[in-house]
Design a protein around this ligand. Structure first.
Ligand code: F6P
Length: 535
């Protein structure tokens, strides 16, 4: 089903013009020359969005590319596609679902009419608010309960990566929000079906001091169900008695949670995609870690970014500008990966979180109508915090054969008071971006750096809840933009299904040794894993 008044990028006139521009000027664009010729380049190509300042001047774009990319967005109908999402249309066409994670961060006080089409989701908004109130009241009760020392979130994918990344990112905010009550809870995240993970966490716990949050949108995911069952068995075997107090479910499938034996459930809705669910009940571990007030600030930061995306002109719209650069790099320059380098230890899980957000959303080879795409879609997104990455893969970024755009994220104010560190950290971020661009073109042989390697640079004032909320929402909307231009459905994930089905077939074969009908490689490996290599 075609999306509302949208056109796939390669069917527009702007696409042909971009190709021509790339061939005549884009391929040989040189950042050093551009800065020399355009003294105001930094001002012209930096943008202020809520809580995030972005310098895009070290990207490989000139005025013409910039203008053509904006024309591409308009010819593709990006604005109407965006408005369709915000008004609750079923833009996830393969599952016939609306995509309304933005509603989860709509503040209680904001008039719903602030968003076009608001009446369509007025009832949903009421449900969002009452669930949020109940969940935050529970989080506060738990925070105040000295008998509970540990909280274990059991979930995978979107039911793990978001809450885990944000809980780590806001550990300092959690410390600052301490009120002199009971000590903060120890937060644990268990995702893998690999029992080593759960076993190592259980080893540190006492049943009477632990609350398990079973986080699963569907409440059917094999890894989560396996871990939840083992956690419950451990709890009962170690003398735990009150499962109603020690287990809660975060899910859209209340029935299944009840069938599992969980009475306390915080729900959400099918219009919240798993990788967009951090703002829903799936955010409960974060709310327990940072408190209700900070969690509301986190939502408010994201809401501010929603408003920016919804209302800022495309020229000054940061998610739009980033999404357009992603298309320019992927489809014209042919860059297949993007490196994310957060220069903040607390953002160490951000690359992993972004991998699901971007690659599960836009890693598609057909458009919304099922037509095979003649161009590339999601880049590989990867990275590590700086400065660690500098001592690992930055060699390749500077002197390797591939050009890999880098996204630096720096935070102006540190939350520690160790002298000297923060200045060194920020200097390194600036220096790396500078080195990538300038290179050392006059040096020969092994000391030659070609330079002209692109990077973007985000600055947050502080890593506080509002800024983190805004940063994540920025990434969500940027993924929406490139997905919309590519004409794909960024909100389904059929590509994860086949492996799940095959694993169900293989699991009993590992026990029985039956290899009938398997290809020779799978059969041989199965035999090897059973300890019978000659079979
Ligand atoms: O990996 C596929 C997926 O469906 C993700 O999209 C989702 O975040 C994850 O599994 C977990 O799903 P659930 O929350 O339903 O357990």
């Amino acid at each position: 089903m075609p999306m509302p008044s949208s056109l796939r990028c390669d069917h527009t006139a702007a696409w042909q013009d971009l190709q021509r521009h790339y061939d005549t000027a884009g391929r040989d664009f040189d950042l050093r020359r551009a800065f020399a010729q355009q003294p105001g380049r930094f001002e012209a190509l930096s943008l202020e969005a809520p809580y995030v300042f972005a310098d895009l001047s070290k990207h490989l774009v000139d005025d013409t590319a910039q203008a053509l990319l904006l024309r591409l967005a308009r010819e593709c109908g990006l604005e109407s596609r965006r408005d369709a999402m915000f008004s609750g249309e079923a833009i996830n066409n393969t599952e016939q679902r609306a995509v309304m994670h933005f509603l989860l961060r709509q503040p209680d006080a904001a008039p719903d009419a602030a968003v076009p089409g608001a009446p369509a989701w007025r009832d949903d908004l009421r449900a969002v608010q009452s669930t949020r109130d109940a969940m935050l009241a529970y989080a506060e009760r738990l925070r105040a309960d000295p008998a509970i020392t540990d909280v274990v979130n059991i979930g995978i994918g979107g039911s793990d990566l978001g809450p885990q990344m944000a809980t780590l990112a806001l550990a300092d905010a959690a410390r600052a929000a301490e009120t002199g009550g009971p000590p903060r809870k120890r937060m644990h995240f268990v995702s893998n079906v690999d029992g080593h993970e759960l076993a190592s966490v259980l080893e540190t716990l006492r049943p009477e001091g632990t609350v398990f949050l079973i986080a699963s949108k569907t409440f059917t995911t094999a890894e989560t169900m396996t871990n939840a069952a083992s956690a419950k068995a451990w709890f009962l075997a170690r003398g735990g008695t009150d499962t109603a107090r020690h287990f809660a479910a975060l899910t859209t499938n209340v029935e299944a949670a009840r069938a599992f034996g969980i009475e306390r459930t915080f729900g959400f809705w099918d219009w919240v995609g798993g990788r967009y669910s951090l703002w829903s009940a799936i955010g409960l571990p974060l709310a327990i870690a940072i408190g209700a007030e900070s969690f509301r600030a986190f939502l408010a930061g994201a809401h501010a970014m929603d408003a920016h995306f919804r209302t800022a002109p495309l020229e000054r719209n940061l998610p739009v500008r980033l999404g357009l650069l992603d298309v320019w790099y992927r489809n014209f320059h042919g860059f297949a990966t993007r490196c994310v380098a957060p220069y903040h230890h607390a953002l160490r899980r951000l690359p992993a979180y972004l991998q699901q957000l971007e690659m599960e959303s836009n890693g598609k080879r057909v458009d919304c109508d099922g037509q095979v795409l003649p161009f590339g879609t999601s880049p590989v997104v990867w990275g590590e915090p700086g400065t660690n990455g500098q001592h690992a893969f930055f060699q390749m970024l500077h002197q390797g054969t591939d050009v890999i755009p880098v996204e630096f994220i720096a935070v102006r104010r540190a939350a520690h008071d160790l002298p000297g560190h923060h200045g060194k950290l920020l200097a390194n971020a600036l220096a790396q971006a500078q080195a990538l661009m300038q290179g050392q073109p006059d040096a020969g042989g092994h000391r030659h750096f070609p330079g002209n390697r692109p990077s973007g640079f985000f600055v947050l004032d502080a890593l506080d809840p509002a800024a983190l909320g805004a940063l994540i929402a920025l990434y969500e909307h940027r993924v929406f933009v490139s997905g919309a231009l590519w004409g794909i459905n960024s909100f389904d994930q059929w590509g994860v299904e086949l492996g799940k089905v095959l694993a169900k077939d293989i699991e009993p074969r590992l026990a029985s040794g039956d290899t009938a009908g398997l290809d020779a490689s799978t059969a041989g490996l199965l035999a090897r894993l059973r300890g019978s290599p000659a079979a």
